[in-house]
Design a protein around this ligand. Structure first.
Ligand SMILES: [Ca+2]
Ligand SMILES: [Ca+2]
Length: 157
């Protein structure tokens, strides 16, 4: 009950902001990236490029180490689940798209972490298919998602 009362007291607070703060708090070992809002401009660029795609998960981070946010999108198109990174070309207007790669079928999650603590922030994609769990670590190199390390991805994609 204490939690409910606390929330009521904080009623004026923007809910989204509160959720973000909660996510940034290092409570657990694994913190997954959150879904961007539907009006996100990079997501719009993706939707223009892939009009038939059904977006499953889209998370924003600068994964090219140039100070501009990029967007990692897991989506379904014609029965296939794919992952694409939408890269800001530097002007916030034009975007380039990595070649689509297979994405996990179920329970998809994206994590951003600078694994080697230098250069680009790496992208960790996890998911499942029929209970088989897999994950892969990608880095954007020359505008492509390069698979650095993974386990079980062939079982969940
Ligand atoms: Ca970037
Ligand atoms: Ca890195």
């Amino acid at each position: 009950m204490a939690f409910v009362i606390h929330n009521e007291l904080e009623g004026q607070r923007d809910r989204h902001q509160a959720a973000q703060e909660k996510q940034q708090k290092p409570q657990r070992d694994v913190e997954y990236a959150s879904q961007v809002e539907s009006g996100n401009k990079i997501l719009k660029a993706f939707e223009d490029q892939f009009p038939k795609a059904e977006v499953i998960l889209a998370c924003e981070e600068d994964v090219t180490d140039d100070g501009n946010k990029d967007l990692v999108v897991i989506y379904k198109e014609e029965g296939l689940t794919r992952t694409v990174t939408v890269i800001d070309s530097g002007d916030g207007v034009d975007y380039t798209f990595t070649a689509p790669i297979p994405g996990p079928i179920e329970n998809q999650k994206i994590q951003f972490k600078n694994i080697d603590k230098e250069g680009e922030i790496e992208i960790i994609v996890t998911g499942e298919k029929n209970g088989a769990v897999g994950y892969a670590i990608y880095r954007i190199i020359d505008e492509e998602m390069v698979d650095l390390f993974g386990e079980g991805m062939e079982d969940c994609c």
